[in-house]
Design a protein around this ligand. Structure first.
Ligand SMILES: Nc1ncnc2c1ncn2[C@@H]1O[C@H](COP(=O)(O)OP(=O)(O)O)[C@@H](O)[C@H]1O
Ligand SMILES: [Mg+2]
Length: 213
């Protein structure tokens, strides 16, 4: 029986995930619990090598199914070697992206049918779902302006506005289907306001889970 707390952070490119994560890293302190910061794709040496393949600009012609299977290969390494052991120790795991990203990007964005993702979930995720998922949302044009001013970092940053409209709709649909776990947070506000809202959600979840221990 897991006793840790698993939190994932989601949103399209430029939504502000990395920015929020930096402020969580400076602000979040929980007595008696270790906090593990990690990311997908990646999070382990093997999964980071898969990330390099997934994000390389020269792999722009990768087939959607190849992309999906590599995401799940990376996720399998991440869950088995990092997330599950940490949750069993009672740690707090905070991941920059997790399974909802596959539904948004490879599902809604690249049109892979959901039953395929659900089948992979049965094999790879099992019951290892986040307790809380924070999904940052802001108008797509604003997110793309931010990516433009930050500079493209990888293959996904080069996708079209219409791809990100579909991807964001995918996230919003996931949130509608699972409103207790997934919290949509408006990230068009200033970084301090966004972080404050995210911190409130995280503190509430940690408090709720700690009562159950
Ligand atoms: N709330 C915000 N207001 C204004 N600019 C932001 C905000 N959040 C992030 N940014 C800027 O937008 C760019 C993309 O943010 P980032 O955190 O890298 O997004 P993501 O990790 O979701 O792709 C960065 O240059 C960052 O400084
Ligand atoms: Mg980021």
């Amino acid at each position: 029986m897991k006793s840790g707390v698993f939190i994932s952070l989601e949103g399209i490119e430029g939504a502000g995930k990395t920015t929020v994560l930096k402020s969580i890293q400076t602000e979040l302190q929980v007595p008696d619990r270790q906090i593990i910061y990690t990311r997908e794709p990646g999070g382990t040496p093997i999964a980071e090598r898969i990330r390099t393949l997934l994000t390389a600009h020269e792999n722009k012609n990768m087939l959607p199914m190849t992309e999906l299977l590599m995401m799940y290969a990376s996720r399998n390494e991440h869950i088995q070697t990092i997330i599950k052991p940490a949750l069993e120790r009672g740690d707090i795991v905070i991941s920059d992206r997790f399974v909802d990203a596959s539904y948004a990007y490879q599902g809604a964005g690249r049109h892979i049918p959901e039953p395929i993702l659900e089948t992979l979930d049965q094999w790879v995720i099992e019951s290892c779902m986040p307790d809380l998922t924070i999904c940052l949302t802001a108008p797509v044009e604003l997110c793309l302006e931010r990516v433009y001013s930050r500079g493209n970092q990888d293959r996904f940053d080069e996708e079209s506005a219409s791809f990100f409209v579909a991807t964001q709709l995918g996230y919003q649909q996931r949130a509608k289907d699972d409103p207790t776990r997934i919290r949509l947070i408006d990230s068009s506000k200033n970084p301090e306001a966004v972080s404050a809202n995210v911190m409130t959600c995280i503190h509430d979840m940690i408090k709720a889970k700690s009562k159950k221990r």
